[in-house]
Design a protein around this ligand. Structure first.
Ligand SMILES: Cc1ncc(COP(=O)(O)O)c(C=O)c1O
Length: 503
């Protein structure tokens, strides 16, 4: 034993730390506590009322006995998310370490709750915040709830691909210099379509002005765990990150994480605000799944994503052989707003075939039993993640070949809709949302201040947000989405005949 100890003393420090770190990340304190409690076969007089599945034969049969028997509520041995001090705290500390932050927080109300929390942590009513205009609706909810005033930055629009990428660094720097009183900058890392902004440069620049950098990493829970993926929020030195473990990290739907770095943002506020945005009955099935996903990413991430990246590259190569489709990859790096690219986002552009992404999305679902992540005017998007393999890619490739053959001689050219351009902000989202309003016909609303957000979900990026002036392009685009059967959300009149505007 002494000889071994001596030998260890001569090992480089990094190797010893790596080894200890790996051992630590192998642990799942919350999951272990859940299993231990389940094995005790306790007689429950607490909620949930189904009492570990006994009260619902149907759910037992469909969801499985094991899952239901672990649908617990908080109790001493399982800790409590609103004020964790034992197993949840340990699991959150491991999460923070895995992502390279100082503190980690489990979130069970979706990444939307994490995004709202980031904004409400750094902004009081009337504080300014710099926001890319292609932000998700949860950012707008955060603005409404905090009362913060957005300074929107236009992301770079790619005419060929019909998508918004990241923000131009120089453009953003100028906005920071012109708005030195802003409390924070929001960055999306990566966008739904895989592009990343120049995160490290932006973080360093914003910090010179004492601005916090809040990263919406809903689509980047995996970035930290492979060297060929773009830089992650915490590696770039960001202050807060909302990380959708459920989207690409392998945890259950709705489970998510918030990671923070101590400095400009003080962590003592974060838990309080998470509790405002959260439930008092946090699901252990969700939390246990975050613990498990974190372990898997931290311990096996490099190996898993080696394979996922290979599969993604294979998919691109095969799809790009098919006439009429273009699955873009790293070759788009260098275009405006594209400083890096996440290859696990497989975007398939169908323009050359003369069909819209909306049509392709429907065809793949209805005729080939393939569910894509989203369809838009120009593209469909496939997320390649932990559960994918070469066979699932082959199914998609075969379907695309068949569609290509069908539309080979397609004379019809679709009317693609370009972006709606920059909108004028006349009021803060909160002021507009709580103003006196009237309902008017959408077609007659040009020039009025919107009191609601209009969007298609996915991607959940508002076409117009409360406080912005409605333009003809907004109306045309909203009607175009409706015509293409996109799922319209968040407006009171989902038929889009009427819209609520500020009186
Ligand atoms: C960029 C972005 N941010 C935040 C979210 C919110 O995530 P969740 O659905 O987990 O609330 C989404 C969801 O699609 C998103 O695309």
């Amino acid at each position: 034993v002494d000889e071994m100890k001596n030998a260890i003393n001569f090992l480089p420090k990094s190797i010893i730390i790596m080894d200890q770190e790996e051992n630590i990340q192998n642990r799942t304190p919350l999951l272990d506590a859940m299993i231990e409690y389940k094995n005790k076969n306790c007689t429950p007089f607490d909620v949930p009322g189904h009492k570990y599945g006994r009260g619902s034969k149907e759910l037992r049969e469909i969801y499985g006995e094991k899952a239901l028997s672990m649908d617990f509520n908080s109790m001493e041995c399982l800790d409590i998310l609103s004020n964790p001090s034992s197993v949840i705290k340990e699991a959150e500390d491991l999460l923070a370490k895995a992502y390279g932050g100082d503190k980690g927080y489990f979130v069970v109300n979706g990444t939307s709750a994490a995004v709202r929390t980031m904004i409400m942590t750094v902004c009081k009513p009337d504080d300014k915040i710099i926001v890319p205009r292609n932000a998700h609706k949860s950012v707008v909810s955060g603005l409404i709830m905090s009362g913060a005033v957005p300074v929107y930055v236009q992301p770079e629009y790619d005419e060929q691909l019909g998508v918004f990428h990241g923000v131009d660094t120089d453009n953003l720097k100028k906005v920071i210099v012109d708005n030195q009183d802003a409390k924070a900058v929001v960055i999306i890392n990566p966008t739904y379509y895989g592009a990343v902004s120049e995160l490290k440069e932006i973080v360093d620049f914003a910090h010179q002005y004492d601005m916090a950098v809040l990263v919406d990493e809903a689509h980047g829970a995996h970035l930290k765990f492979h060297k060929d993926l773009p830089i992650s929020s915490m590696e770039a030195g960001a202050d807060l990150a909302a990380v959708s473990t459920h989207k690409t990290g392998g945890s259950l739907t709705q489970s998510s994480a918030l990671v923070s770095r101590e400095g400009i943002v003080k962590s003592n506020q974060i838990r309080k605000i998470l509790n405002i945005n959260g439930t008092t009955s946090s699901s252990y099935l969700l939390m246990g799944s975050i613990d498990s996903a974190r372990k898997n990413l931290a311990v096996n991430g490099e190996k898993i994503f080696d394979e996922i990246l290979e599969i993604s590259r294979y998919a691109r190569k095969e799809i790009n052989k098919i006439q009429g489709f273009y699955a873009f990859g790293k070759e788009i790096i260098g275009r405006p707003g594209v400083y890096g690219f996440d290859e696990t986002k497989l975007v398939i552009n169908s323009c050359r075939l003369g069909i819209t992404g909306f049509d392709l999305y429907d065809m793949l679902r209805d005729d080939y039993n393939i569910q894509m992540e989203l369809g838009d005017s120009y593209n469909v998007l496939a997320i390649i993640s932990l559960g994918d393999n070469y066979s699932s890619i082959d199914i998609l490739v075969e379907a695309l070949k068949s569609i290509s053959a069908k539309y080979e001689n397609n004379e019809k050219r679709v009317n693609y809709f370009k972006n709606v351009g920059k909108l004028e902000v006349k009021m803060s989202p909160r002021d507009a949302f709580y103003s006196d309003t009237e309902k008017i016909s959408l077609k007659n609303s040009v020039g009025r201040i919107s009191a609601e957000s209009v969007m298609a979900y996915p991607p959940g990026i508002p076409i117009v947000t409360p406080g912005e002036v409605i333009t003809k392009e907004v109306v045309d685009y909203a009607l175009y989405l409706k015509q293409n059967n996109a799922l319209i959300t968040d407006v009171e009149d989902l038929e889009l005949n009427y819209i609520k505007v500020v009186i």
